[in-house]
Design a protein around this ligand. Structure first.
Ligand code: F6R
Length: 613
């Protein structure tokens, strides 16, 4: 996630900005940059890579020492590769207005077109750059102050932002605004700091003002004013930060994995952002524009991935066959690459990867390219090798995933697969009415996940009852069969409990022999086409003295009669159920690991990105 830092006061801004950026490193980033006002001009430097590279570039530049006002940014790429041009700050054409921005500007293409027609020249591929040009458009055409121009520009923008703006013509002022992306103001002695979270500030002051959504603040050397985006003054309270630096990085959570589990409503909102056109009720995926005609005619889809990404692929198989009616196969990337696979004409290969760097997935992708397939990436890390080497793709926009066990990247992979399947389905056979039902329901998913997350403590208490069992089974059918595999993988990788996931009907063909003596068996059993069958499977387990934990649809009393514990999830369309049913299993695995004293964010023998075979 991008980070913002800013300073106005009596001290040299350079070192405060760089130190602040370093404090935000934990959020993940791929480029960084600063803007400092000095001697009538805005001095900007930025580069891809580590903050230390930026620091070296700046070392010895006198403006770092003399400028006492500035803004800085760490970028986690969303639109455009992590390179110098795309790094923030961005400026207007004259270089007199500079901005740093977190969030996504949903209508940036339309704004870019408008601004280009007015003669503005763009130098990056980012959505953020439109903000700098748009503010200058208003500044040079009627707005009398920087804050007026910012207010006017934000009135034209849809999307999310934490924003900081400077202007060389009003050199003692920083204007900041917030909608959907956090921004706080540190209030020191004769100085203000701004940051996306308190970690970049608390070294200097514990007094902070939390800006709310739809608020703007004007920071000057004489004081601070806060307004709503409708230009109504608001009075803000100064509050005390009481967290340590580590607690701030974790945002109050004990582990990154838990934080990322709880971030899923927001990461899914980001993944959907700008892709659901609610006016015309259609799906728009800019990353596929160039290949959409080939994709619609594709004869076969092959999904490639490893581990959790492979599980997302398994659900993709159901989605592409069910919603788009395209024959689909899922392959372990590590098997595909060595299997002498047949890649017939008209095959599209989709690589799923959070990191975009997994060695087996990359090699399998290259193999399929050599054999003539159209290749796509569903990737989280912008500018990663898989993202660069595929013909086209759709980014997850899940934000950086730091916990080793993948959680929010998985649910965003499902979201993106669903969007692609719906877009292709609509172009092939699906009625507009059906598409609209999916669009409406997709929009409700983040809120529904929030209701599941509220059960975290109950899930912990339940998990505690089974914590001494060393062998677990996870069973599901249809769309929820891959969720059984994912539940088992999550449990084993972070709590070291042995767990197997299976399609529920396979139990009879061997694994049923394991069930005795209270063995915990987790059934993913929401109301769906095979619900009656799974009820039968539950009874088979109970008859052999297994203990049943069921994930069921809210209001289902039948499952309750046959289970030892039930965790309820809200009802939704069958194809979207995995987005809800996986959440209790992530929580179960997390709580089991904590109860067993395991190192949740760094499980033994595992690395976040598997870049070797
Ligand atoms: C499990 C997990 C791994 C990854 C796998 C692929 O929680 O995180 O199974 O899913 O190593 O990684 P990416 O998605 O980066 O290709």
């Amino acid at each position: 996630m991008c980070g913002i830092v800013g300073y106005i006061g009596p001290k040299p801004a350079g070192s405060i900005l760089i130190e602040g950026l370093k404090r935000l490193e934990y959020r993940g980033y791929d480029s960084s940059g600063v803007c400092i006002y000095d001697n009538g001009e805005l001095f900007i430097d930025k580069c891809p890579g580590r903050i230390s590279v930026l620091e070296e570039k700046l070392a010895g530049d006198p403006r770092i020492e003399t400028g006492t006002i500035g803004i800085a940014h760490t970028r986690w790429a969303t639109h455009g590769e992590p390179n110098q041009a795309n790094a923030h700050p961005h400026t207007d054409d004259s270089g007199r207005i500079a901005i740093v921005h977190n969030g996504i500007i949903e209508n940036y293409s339309a704004l870019k077109q408008f601004l280009t027609s007015k003669g503005h020249v763009f130098s990056s591929e980012t959505d953020s750059e439109v903000l700098a040009k748009l503010i200058s458009e208003f500044y040079n055409n009627g707005s009398s102050t920087l804050e007026d121009a910012v207010l006017a520009a934000l009135g034209e923008v849809s999307g999310t932002y934490g924003l900081a703006v400077m202007c060389a013509d009003e050199p003692d002022k920083i204007v900041v605004a917030r909608k959907g992306s956090p921004l706080i103001i540190g209030v020191g002695k004769d100085e203000y700091l701004i940051a996306s979270d308190a970690s970049a500030i608390i070294e200097h002051t514990a007094n902070v003002i939390y800006l709310n959504d739809n608020e703007l603040a004007i920071l000057t050397r004489d004081g601070l004013r806060t307004l709503t985006l409708d230009n109504v003054p608001v009075t803000k309270k100064i509050q005390q930060v009481e967290w340590t630096l580590e607690q701030i990085a974790l945002d109050g959570y004990d582990h990154f994995m838990l934080k990322e589990i709880f971030e899923q409503p927001d990461s899914i909102r980001m993944s959907l952002s700008g892709r659901l056109d609610m006016r015309d009720m259609r799906i728009q995926l800019g990353g596929l524009d160039q290949v959409v005609r080939d994709l619609v005619r594709t004869r076969k889809i092959v999904l490639l991935g490893c581990g959790t990404a492979w599980h997302a692929g398994l659900i993709g198989e159901y989605l592409f066959e069910d919603l788009a009616r395209i024959p689909t196969e899922v392959e372990y990337a590590s098997e595909f690459r060595y299997r002498n696979p047949i890649v017939e004409e008209g095959t599209s290969v989709i690589a799923l990867s959070q990191s975009g760097e997994t060695a087996d997935t990359l090699a399998a992708l290259r193999e399929s390219q050599d054999r003539g397939a159209l290749t796509l990436g569903i990737v989280n890390a912008v500018g990663s090798t898989i993202a660069r080497e595929t013909d086209a793709g759709v980014y997850l926009h899940a934000g950086p995933e730091i916990g080793v066990a993948s959680t929010k990247a998985f649910t965003c992979q499902l979201v993106v697969e669903t969007l692609i399947a719906l877009m292709l389905g609509r172009r092939r056979h699906m009625s507009q009415q059906t598409l609209e039902r999916y669009i409406e329901e997709l929009q409700k998913i983040p809120e529904k996940i929030e209701t599941v997350l509220k059960q975290s403590e109950q899930i912990r208490d339940m998990t505690a009852k089974y914590i001494d069992y060393e062998n677990w089974l996870f069973l599901g059918r249809g769309y929820n069969y891959p969720i059984a595999l994912e539940g088992a993988l999550k449990l084993k990788e972070i709590s070291y409990i042995h767990a197997e996931g299976l399609p529920a009907a396979e139990m009879k063909h061997g694994p049923i022999a394991l069930i005795h003596d209270g063995m915990p068996v987790v059934f993913i059993a929401p109301k769906c086409g095979t619900y009656e069958k799974i009820l039968g499977n539950i009874q088979e387990v109970k008859a052999r003295s297994g203990q049943v934990i069921a994930i069921a649809t809210e209001g289902d009393t039948e499952v309750h009669k046959h289970s030892d514990h039930v965790i309820y999830v809200p009802d939704t369309l069958e194809a979207l159920q995995p987005l809800l049913t996986v959440i209790p299993l992530q929580l179960l695995a997390y709580h089991a690991a904590v109860l067993r004293g395991c190192n949740v964010d760094k499980p033994r023998n595992l690395a976040k990105s598997v870049t070797v075979e």
